[in-house]
Design a protein around this ligand. Structure first.
Ligand code: GAL
Ligand code: ZN
Length: 676
């Protein structure tokens, strides 16, 4: 993590915010390509991700390459002024490959070899897959590495989406290799994994196998390392292609599209270090009542992964998707609010899946920039309007979001370890809890950055309030950084069941909460998970859920609230201790949304955070981006059904009505003002 470094443009040759989509010309006749370019120009499209699933188009039979179509399309796009984010097509190995290499197909946890016929039908450890993927990548990079239309490279697609984990023999051998590198010898592995339990001690590496379906529970440390190994294999596939592309196409940024809001198997802090531009795909779940807050969280997380620098929204949808049970359409204006919320939160562009809606295939009912009905449709008219607006916001490119005063910790080791089987409560989930804390700040109008558990005290020093709602697996390094953070004036709030195990899921020695015990100034005597749906009352009027604990404060630690009901009735529920110039708080339960909002509002104020900007909160987002030269832009996104007035002076770039230092934003509208 480093300070945000503004840049002129992430993709140098597109000196503005990017607007566009995935483009798959192989689905269409060449006549349609011409119409596509005409429509792209009219819609303000500046960048397309080209050929993501085009492997069987480019190499219809093994070693027979045919680039004629792609040559023509790239030429047409270039002539039309549309830049290309050229994809390696390796997310969709052709059927000839699967037939020649059936051993490359993934195997399930039950030992079933999966049939080809979808995308990502490969095992990430397969040498044959890696070899053929490298070959097609090299052919593309050699051919188009210097092409003036190609401004960026898109490796694969959403790594792990369909094939994150594989239990085949090839993967098993690679897993053993990976474990040797991580743990060294078998004795160390036995000790770290605690294989003495249930007599699971390994006496030979050949006995070590992926966590396949067995008669009962498996060793959690084995499961945890397997998750890490599978992620590392996916990342290795990405890196191999990236390095080939870099060799042939120097100076052009290389990326791949993350799914930071949805994927539970990729440690995106590790991935972020490997891409030149952080790019994210974001899809709303239509039935999610918190989807607007969820979008804000995912965008903040993605910006965190980009270390504050501009990032790219690589995919979202113009309207409905096709993969949910009921694919409700976005309401008029909703797409625009979604896209501009991402831009407000640091995206230097907004791209969609996909340009033209497919006439057939698995995603034929997924919305696109050009619907089946063509240009004279509600969706395409909104697409054109948004394109013009993104064009009008060009000057925002390269600016960065104003850092928040509060930050929340997001950590994959803590997440993966917490949600393994055989934990105290299946309600003790990770992602939802982090989102709930972020949402509590968001709904009250407060900004919140997202930081890794590896952030140093120096990196944390810019935050007044640091939140660790759910940090089950914790290292001593993290504890030390948080201690130094608090000592130098920061306010830290830690949620329950935190700090208790290490990265091999071994309980830290001594009383709970393990490595955080001294910092927090308390001892947890007993964990007391609640029954399904059970709530507990606290003396301060808050309501707890999911979890309670019997906590014993150290001398000097103050009790701010006690449990009034439930298994810990009478015991401390919220505790606080002074630490140097700062303070630490501990919560022994999880809270309902209402309670969390009230508590976080108090804790923000106690930490010295400025009050939320006027007008912000309850469905109105106000976000500021700043350029290195001192210019700033205020984005006001009004998700509510009433107009909102926000104090602001400057020149409006997008809608809104200015009068007397106030910008009025109509219901469902978005305003962007260059401030003066
Ligand atoms: C993404 C994927 C796209 C498309 C889209 C549909 O996950 O990268 O190729 O499938 O979902 O929503
Ligand atoms: Zn495999």
């Amino acid at each position: 993590m480093s300070q945000p470094v503004p840049s002129d443009s992430l993709w140098g040759r597109v000196p503005r915010l990017a607007y566009g989509a995935d483009y798959s010309p192989e689905q269409w006749d060449p006549q349609v390509w011409r119409d596509d370019v005409r429509l792209m120009r009219a819609a303000g499209v500046t960048l397309v991700s080209l050929g993501i699933f085009a492997w069987s188009w480019l190499e219809p039979e093994q070693d027979r390459f045919d680039f004629d179509g792609l040559d023509e399309v790239i030429g047409l796009l270039h002539a039309g002024g549309v830049a290309v984010d050229l994809a390696t097509p390796t997310a969709a190995p052709p059927l000839w490959f699967a037939r020649a290499h059936p051993e490359s197909l993934p195997v399930t946890v039950d030992g079933q070899r999966l049939a080809p016929g979808s995308r990502q039908s490969f095992c990430a450890s397969s040498p044959a897959y890696r070899e053929r993927a490298a070959l097609i990548t090299a052919r593309l990079a050699e051919r188009y590495g210097d092409h003036p239309a190609v401004v960026m490279w898109h490796i694969g697609n959403e790594y792990g989406n369909a094939n994150a984990h594989c239990w085949c023999e090839t993967s098993a051998a690679a897993f053993r290799h990976w474990l040797r590198a991580r743990h060294g010898d078998l004795n160390t592995l036995n000790s770290r994994w605690g294989t003495a339990f249930w007599g699971q001690r390994y006496s030979d590496w050949a006995q070590v196998a992926p966590p396949r379906t067995s008669v009962g529970s498996l060793n959690p440390a084995l499961r945890l390392d397997f998750l890490r190994f599978c992620d590392a294999e996916q990342l290795a596939c990405y890196r191999a292609e990236r390095d080939i592309v870099r060799a042939h196409s120097p100076g052009r940024p290389v990326t791949t599209n993350f799914m930071t809001g949805n994927f539970a198997w990729a440690d995106y802090w590790a991935w972020a270090a490997e891409v030149d531009v952080v790019a994210n795909d974001h899809y709303l779940t239509a039935a999610d009542p918190h989807r607007t807050a969820e979008l804000a969280f995912t965008a903040d997380l993605t910006r965190g992964l980009a270390a504050g620098r501009p990032w790219l929204l690589m995919e979202h949808s113009t309207s409905a998707v096709q993969w949910q049970p009921r694919n409700t359409a976005k309401a008029p204006g909703e797409m625009r609010r979604n896209s501009l919320s991402h831009v407000a939160r640091g995206a230097d562009g907004a791209l969609f899946f996909q340009w033209r809606q497919s006439a057939s295939g698995a995603e034929m009912w997924h919305s696109a920039m050009v619907p089946h009905g063509g240009e004279d449709t509600r969706i395409h008219r909104e697409v054109q309007r948004l394109g013009a607006e993104i064009g009008a916001l060009a000057e925002v490119a390269g600016s960065v979001c104003e850092p928040a005063e509060a930050a929340v910790v997001w950590d994959y080791d803590a997440w993966w370890a917490l949600e393994l089987p055989d934990r105290p409560s299946i309600d003790m989930t990770y992602r939802d809890e982090i989102r709930a804390w972020h949402r509590a700040l968001w709904s009250a109008g407060g900004a919140c950055d997202v930081v890794p558990a590896t952030a140093t005290a120096d990196e944390l020093a810019r935050y007044k309030l640091l939140l660790a709602p759910s940090h089950y697996a914790a290292t001593r390094e993290t504890a030390a950084a948080w201690e130094a953070y608090a000592a130098s004036g920061g306010h830290l709030v830690v949620g329950p069941f935190s700090g208790v195990v290490d990265h091999d899921d071994r309980v830290h020695p001594g009383p709970y909460p393990g490595v955080l015990r001294e910092l927090l100034g308390l001892r947890v005597d007993e964990f007391l998970p609640l029954a399904a749906g059970e709530q507990v009352a606290l003396g301060d009027g808050s309501t707890g859920r999911v979890w309670a604990e019997r906590v014993l404060p150290d001398p000097g630690t103050r009790v701010e609230a006690r449990f009034a009901t439930g298994p810990a009735a009478g015991d401390p529920a919220v505790l606080r201790a002074d630490r140097g110039a700062g303070a630490v708080r501990y919560c022994a339960t999880r809270f309902t949304d209402d309670s969390l909002r009230r508590l976080l509002t108090d804790w923000r104020a106690a930490a010295g955070c400025a009050p939320p900007p006027p007008g912000a909160g309850d469905g109105v987002e106000t976000v500021r981006r700043r350029s290195p030269g001192g210019a700033s832009w205020l984005f006001v996104v009004n998700h509510t059904s009433a107009p909102v007035a926000v104090p602001c002076t400057g020149r409006e770039l997008l809608t809104g009505v200015r009068a007397d230092g106030v910008v009025t934003v109509a219901a469902g509208d978005v305003a962007v003002v260059r401030e003066s």
